[in-house]
Design a protein around this ligand. Structure first.
Ligand code: DX5
Ligand code: ZN
Length: 219
């Protein structure tokens, strides 16, 4: 089964309430919350995303899929835990040691959220293999993290494929989430390679009918 996680990063100011409601009516599976700290990536969306996620939590029962593009993962877990996200994902590249990775996995589990590890396009997928037995989601970035509306990096399909093979060969239960440049033209490649959670921002928010595109992406 393929699920859709709608990124609200590029929601228009003043249109938030209407957009969130339309995404829910359009049957998104998750709200994807892109948390940026101005250090791990240039942009800073930290307070805005905390505010949006709190608002969504009040108006909707749909799960929050929180993607931390931050250096201080520990603080982000602390700040967002109060919203009881269904998923909290941090970047492998934000960790200096393997111990640090394990520490964040444990902290997210203590907050009763599912754990995701994200990797940037230039990071080898092999780097996260040893952590897969302990986590729920591998988030493979299909653009350089930092902003919405970028072009899908087609080389990433090979990485998705490799990760999928490893998961299957080791009898693991790990979802593969892809994030960046996913739309009606790029969806087939990532699904064929083994991705089962598709993040989409621009493709959905620019569509006239959110429900229609979400339905296509879920097929
Ligand atoms: C990129 C973010 C993505 C992105 C998705 O740093 O993690 O979630 O905003 O947006 P689109 O679908 O526009 O690439
Ligand atoms: Zn994201």
């Amino acid at each position: 089964m393929v699920e859709v996680s709608s990124s609200i990063l590029s929601v228009e100011k003043g249109e938030e309430a209407r957009t969130f409601l339309a995404l829910e009516q359009g049957k998104t599976d998750y709200f994807h919350i892109d948390v940026m700290d101005g250090k791990f990536v240039e942009k800073n969306t930290y307070d805005k995303m905390l505010e949006y996620a709190s608002y969504i939590k009040r108006i909707s029962n749909l799960p929050l899929d929180v993607h931390f593009m931050v250096q201080d993962v520990k603080k982000a877990i602390e700040d967002f835990s109060i919203l009881e996200p269904n998923i909290m994902t941090f970047h492998y590249e934000a960790c200096k040691t393997d111990e640090e990775v394990i520490e964040y996995i444990d902290e997210i589990k203590e907050a009763h959220s599912k754990v995701g590890i994200a990797i940037k396009p230039n990071t080898n997928i092999e780097k996260i293999y040893k952590f897969l037995p302990y986590i729920h989601i591998a988030l493979i970035m299909t653009v350089e993290p930092g902003k919405g509306g970028q072009t899908f990096l087609s080389d990433m399909t090979e990485k998705i494929n490799k990760c999928n093979e490893f998961i299957k060969n080791n009898d693991l239960e790990v979802d593969i989430e892809v994030d960046g440049g996913i739309n009606l033209n790029t969806q087939d490649a990532v699904k064929e390679a083994g991705a089962n959670i598709l993040v989409a921002g621009t493709a959905i928010l620019k569509a006239v009918n959110y429900g229609e595109i979400i339905k296509e992406l879920k097929k």
